[in-house]
Design a protein around this ligand. Structure first.
Ligand code: IMP
Ligand code: MG
Length: 190
């Protein structure tokens, strides 16, 4: 079925320009704070791909990128609390400065699990950077080190964030419309 992303969003929460400005600031901050270090970005698939791609182009120091793929939800919108690694980091991060890139920290369960897993690989340092932070829905007391935007506990789509794996291509962050919910629950339709 055909859809246009303008029909999928009920309300724009963060527009393209605001995202671009904030990512520029974050890139500059990371470049300063990691100067002289051995920086490795680890993007959490698949939601962080868009953010990571834009962020690294605002970073002016040498760095490497890698990915980890985890699943915590199945197809629901709230975490099951069970996190499983589908693809681990490929490069050796021992004694290197790892900065994990997430689309959103919600309950904190994914980050808690990732933290334990990556610490076991003995990095020199480990920090977390997310585009969106929803502190109101935390189930574990953790704070990301770099946050793009703090948002309320509402489900959002776009800029990498999905609803049933769709709408990651929307270039801004917004709440899903009824059309988005309907389309994403119609199996094999788009
Ligand atoms: P946590 O384990 O509850 O912190 O969940 C983190 C993961 O949940 C993120 O990487 C997202 O994949 C997903 N998630 C949480 N909130 C949203 C949302 O509003 N839209 C889309 N995905 C979300
Ligand atoms: Mg995710």
């Amino acid at each position: 079925m055909f859809y246009d992303f303008r029909d999928a969003v009920a309300e724009v929460i963060i527009d393209k320009e605001a995202i671009e400005r904030r990512i520029q600031e974050m890139g500059e901050q990371i470049s300063k704070e990691y100067a002289g270090k051995d920086l490795v970005f680890v993007g959490v698939l698949r939601g962080a791909v868009v953010f990571l791609a834009d962020l690294i182009r605002k970073v002016s120091i040498p760095c490497e990128i890698d990915f980890i793929d985890v699943t915590s939800y199945g197809k629901d919108t709230k975490t099951s609390g069970i996190v499983r690694i589908l693809k681990d980091i490929s490069i050796n991060v021992e004694n290197r400065d790892v900065l994990v890139i997430e689309d959103v920290i919600d309950t904190g369960l994914t980050w808690h699990y990732l933290r334990e897993n990556i610490l076991a690989k003995k990095p020199a340092s480990l920090k977390m950077c997310c585009l969106l932070d929803k502190p109101a829905s935390r189930r574990i007391d953790i704070k990301p080190d770099y946050v793009g935007f703090v948002i309320p506990d509402n489900f959002v789509i776009g800029y990498g964030l999905d609803c049933q794996d769709y709408f990651r291509n929307i270039p801004f962050v917004g709440t899903p419309s009824d059309i988005a919910w309907d389309l994403s629950t119609e199996e094999d339709s788009i």
